[in-house]
Each structure stands twice: as C-alpha cells, then as structure tokens.
Write a protein that binds this ligand. Sequence first.
Ligand code: ARG
Ligand code: ZN
Ligand code: CA
Length: 316
Amino acid sequence: MKKILLTATAFLMLFSCQNDQTESTTLPANAIARRSCASQDVLAAQMKADPTLALRMNEIEAFTQKAMLTNRLVNGKVQIPVVVNVLYRTTSENISLTQIQSQIDVLNKDYNAGNSDFNSVPSLFSGVKANVGISFVLDQVIRKSTTYTSWGTSDAMKKTTYGGIAPTSPTTKLNLWVCTIGGGILGYAQFPGGSSSTDGVAIDSKYIGTTGTATYPYNLGRTATHEIGHWMNLRHIWGDANCGSDLVSDTPTHNDANYGVPAYPHYSTCSGTPVEMTMNYMDYTDDRGMYMFSNGQKSRMAALFVSGGSRASFGI
Ligand code: ARG
Ligand code: ZN
Ligand code: CA
C-alpha cells in the first residue's frame, strides 16, 4: 500500500512538472518560475529515456521514509523515549502514572510552542521565541522501594550498589529519576559528554508534573523542562556568573538568576542594559514565570542530534 502511494506521489510529481514544461515551452514564462523547475524538467526527460529510473527513485524514497522512522525522526523532528525511575519510601513518593504522564504532556507542550502561556512572551522577544520541535514519549516506568528519606545530588539514585536504579539504555533513552532529593533542590541534570551510566535527569517527587504531589510554585512541570534543557546542553541564562554568558547570542545578558515572577520589563545592569528574558526556561523563576526557549537555544539543542553530535544516537 505504501509503495503504491509512493509510486503515485512520484508520478504526480512527474506529471505536474511535465505540465510546467509544456507551459514553459508554449508560453513565454518568466525566467524565475522556469528555473525553479529546471531540475524537474531534466528528471522528466531522464525518466522518459530510462523507465528503470522511477523504480530506483521509489526505492530511495522508501529507504528515506524507513530511516526517518528508525531514527526517531517524526516529520523531520527528534522524538525522545523517556524511562521514568521512581524511588519511594512513602506512598506519596510513589507517584501515579497520571502524574508521570502529566509531566510528559508538559514537555511536549513546552518543547513544541504548545504551552498556553507561549503567547504571553513579550513582543520584544517574539522574533526569537522558539518552537524547539523535540517530542517525548513515555517508554516505561520502573519503581523501587527504598529506606532512604532523601538522595542528594551525588547520583546515588542511579546506582544499584546504593539501592538506586541503573539507567535503561541511556544512549537511546532519556532516564528520569523521581525521588526525594532534599536540600531545597528541585532537580538536576547531567550535561552531554558525561558518563552514560549516570546520564539523565533527577527530579524531586514534589516538583514533577502538574497533579498529585506537584507543589506550588513548582507545580507546572517546568523543573523537568529546565533540567532537560541542561541535558540538551543549555546553560543557565545568566551564565552562572554576574553578567555571565550562556553561549547563546539571542538571549540577553542577565545580572544573575531571577526568582518568583519578575515584573516586566526587568532591566539588566550588564553591558547595554538589555531587558532580561526572565520568562526563559533556563532562568530560575517560579514555574508560571517561565514559558519560552529562544531560537539560539534551539540551535544548541538541535546540534546534539545530528551525525557526529554527542546525542546523535537519539535522533537525526
Ligand atoms: N536546578 C534548579 C534547582 O534545583 C531548577 C530550577 C527550576 N525552576 C523551576 N521553576 N521549576 O533549583
Ligand atoms: Zn538549572
Ligand atoms: Ca546570551
């Protein structure tokens, strides 16, 4: 069925181009329009001369479609399978599948310009606000009970020797660990380039998803959006220094992290005194205060997934 459709598509393309060719030879068509279909004109002539060309082109097309599926490209975009590792002592730490899925849903909105607050981005930044185009699909949930009251940030939750859960297929799946971290830490990520045995993101069970134990003002799933930004190589927007650099040119230089929900416009005192992009996911505001990535951040993330990129095993 697919082959028939592809063949039909090839013949439709051939037909439409032949049409153009006919027009261009009978009418004094404008040069730009003719040039735009020149390669199609040549192809049409070659197909007429060699009937096996269409067959070979169909094979190439079928291969391309298959490669897009097996490489997890959906409409030319990256799709990331997510394994959620839940470590619980109390029943409330053993969060529900509904809460887990609510987090996946937030990621799919935030990374695809589908969040309802995306249109709240000030017009000053409307030219750089991004549809990142990376999607997430829940692959599996692994649950394990523990006697630990908190896990800290030393990666113990990722190690069976400490009673944690080792990552599942970390070179092809994003592993999330959901547990009590403690110390006021909402979550933390491993940047690209680290060991695959600890690759992924840890999120405190009180700050994941939008339902169940999700706790205000971090109850909109933006901790995972922010941490997965790090996992995809994004730095904090203030560059982790006073007027530091996040290595992204279309984000303004910030003095420092912003908290709460800053009033707009909030001016930086750094060089040029730009209005800060406090609504960026890579700042530290409350969940309802963050609702955009920039195009420059999108480019950094996309670069990981192309051939030779450090997360190429995930995508394109
Ligand atoms: N790494 C930051 C922390 O643990 C996460 C900040 C996320 N911010 C948010 N609004 N969810 O503090
Ligand atoms: Zn961070
Ligand atoms: Ca910047």
